[in-house]
Design a protein around this ligand. Structure first.
Ligand SMILES: Cc1cc2nc3c(=O)[nH]c(=O)nc-3n(C[C@H](O)[C@H](O)[C@H](O)COP(=O)(O)O)c2cc1C
Length: 228
């Protein structure tokens, strides 16, 4: 496994500073249309490698990403995604997967490497691995478990892209079986979400509003009002 990435662009492509997280959260909109302006390779790599820094249970990182840039491939993807225009328009569409089995093949590496780096006990990494495998496979629904983790990486990816000044369009409107068939995705994968990245075209979608805090936050127990 690799060390933390360091050589990623420290500014937006136009030289402006990266957008701070608060600005990203308040300014980001789900873009419906895109221009065909490319996302430069170094930015795409930065977005992906920073997304890969997302946390996951036991650091098992069960997410995988299929980056679709080729125009013909995007058109194929569009056909299994309710013909959403942003898929054909945006230069990059990323399919986010959660693997229900494949992560197990990497469990030894995750636990051993973590121990070597001081994040676990070198002489007890096998016990730790066995405990994790037992907990995950014995007590969790695998589709729920992979979604939990993959969506953190997906969200991180979206926010990093926005911080670099790109526009994004997250998507759940697709036929997972069709996406799998068209892109050789193994059966065990959950197709969690997709995202278009590029430069928004046309008027930006209006801010649709969000629930007030006292309608989504409870104090101490479910149902107990939260006062700001
Ligand atoms: C996981 C996820 C899936 C979504 N799927 C679609 C989609 O398939 N098509 C679409 O046009 N918008 C989709 N959206 C965008 C939402 O409609 C949008 O985020 C929401 O209305 C709030 O608007 P805002 O993101 O501009 O604040 C999706 C958003 C998320 C987070």
């Amino acid at each position: 496994m690799k060390d933390k990435p360091t050589n990623f662009p420290k500014t937006q492509p136009n030289g402006e500073p990266l957008k701070p997280i608060t600005q990203v959260l308040l300014d980001r909109r789900a873009s419906m249309h895109f221009t065909n302006e490319e996302v430069p390779e170094e930015y795409l790599n930065a977005i992906l490698s920073l997304a890969g820094q997302a946390p996951s249970g036991y650091n098992l990182q069960p997410w995988r990403f299929v980056v679709v840039r080729d125009e013909e491939n995007r058109k194929r993807l569009q056909k299994v995604a309710f013909n959403q225009p942003k898929i054909a328009e945006a230069p990059v569409v990323i399919i986010c997967l959660g693997m229900k089995d494949e992560w197990k093949e990497r469990a030894d590496e995750v636990f051993l490497e973590g121990a070597k780096r001081g994040a676990g006990k070198v002489d007890a990494w096998e016990q730790a691995r066995d405990g994790a495998l037992q907990f995950i496979t014995g007590m969790q629904k695998m589709d729920v478990w992979v979604h939990r983790h993959a969506m953190i990486a997906f969200t991180t990816l979206m926010l990093v892209a926005e911080s670099y000044g790109f526009d994004t369009g997250p998507m759940e409107g697709f036929d997972p079986a069709g996406v799998k068939r068209e892109f050789d995705i193994p059966d065990e994968a959950e197709v969690c979400a997709m995202i278009a990245i590029g430069r928004g075209a046309g008027p930006e979608k209006a801010y649709p509003g969000r629930f007030e805090l006292n309608r989504i936050v409870y104090s101490e127990r479910y149902g107990e009002g939260w006062k700001e």
